[in-house]
Design a protein around this ligand. Sequence first.
Ligand SMILES: [Zn+2]
Length: 433
Amino acid sequence: MKILIKADYILTMDENDTVIEDGAVLVEDGIIRAVGRNLDDGEAYVIDDRPAILLPGFINTHTHIAMVGFRGLADDMELMDWLKNYIWPAENRVVNEEFIELAVPLALAEMISTGTTTFNDMYFFPDITARITKEAGMRGFISEGVINFPTPSAKNSREGLAIAESFIRNWKGDELIHPVMSLHAPYSCSGELIIEGYELARKYDVPLHMHVSETKTEVQQIKEQYGTTPVRYLDSLGVLFDRFIAAHSVWLDQEEIEIFRDRGVGVAHNTQSNMKLASGVAPIPDMLEKGVKVGLAPDGAASNNDLDMVDEMRSAALVHKVHRLDPTVMSARQVVRMATIGGATVLGIDDMVGSIEVGKRADLITVSLSGFHMMPIYDPYSHLVYAAKGSDVRSVIVNGRILMEKRELKTLDPEKIAHNAKVLKEKILNALR
Ligand SMILES: [Zn+2]
């Protein structure tokens, strides 16, 4: 099937940040075949959302998608209080296969309708998440979150590792689903477990995904336990490599940033989650200056409280300016790069997606310019970051398949999702009673 997508501005996000005005992208068999002006193809199905911007789909580099079930359940508290007294007990009582079945379509619908085409998930029952994601047509990096205590899916870390390994074997090589090895964090996994997780990641050549240096409390705890900081500790275990995805990475000093760069570690910057839990402001401008790979991420919806990458871009652009009292840091274009090709580089799929270039897979979105808040337009990067809303996303294509057209979801049932959100709420309230 051929698809021709027309737009007023095409942000290719290629090496030169090429912008094409009044152009089109031709897609055939899931691959971008042509990009330019005056493209026409009589046989192609035309998507014309003009006035609109066309750009690569957003890449969410760190999330826990099924946590949409806990959206707004517990707000306004610190990470350790939030995790230990609310999220972990709630998860242990209520998260099971049925919970995942109910929650995942809601998260996918939210992500598609705000322009995300790829996400990197750490949670439980990954086989169910993978099956639903594949049916919905999204690109998912999916994993079992392994940790040193009982979880909804595993009695202990041994069982967790076994689930993680069997999931990786089940899905390795799939066109849309990329299995990942996930370890929760340096403070919740023993050194032995971290090394075992690393060895599995190397054995199957998959990314290793972990929360790292999220809060000051974590840094203090690791210092007391191991006499050094989280990044140095992980480096001493020998587990940092070019497929390591470090979520948060808020409390890094300059030397730790250099360790990340030298080992090829990618960082998932969770701006809003770090703000909401008052974890701190990650030194992202320093990371970018030193050449660390950085992508954007909303984290789970319980600590954000949405999965909207447009919203995330705006926060990322703003927070560093006020934090450094310098309006020149984190330009709009730099932030759009982090949300697209930057994220693809963090996940190791920048040869496949993340920019609009001939030969790449067609993961594309259009953003409408028809809202009053988008008029007039001088600079499309500026509008995407400082003016757009997630709801301005009009059409979404993943791997050449149309998942949303003119805001109508093509692979998910919105009525069923809305009904199941209520079922989910009842289940959670009953379990907590
Ligand atoms: Zn997280």
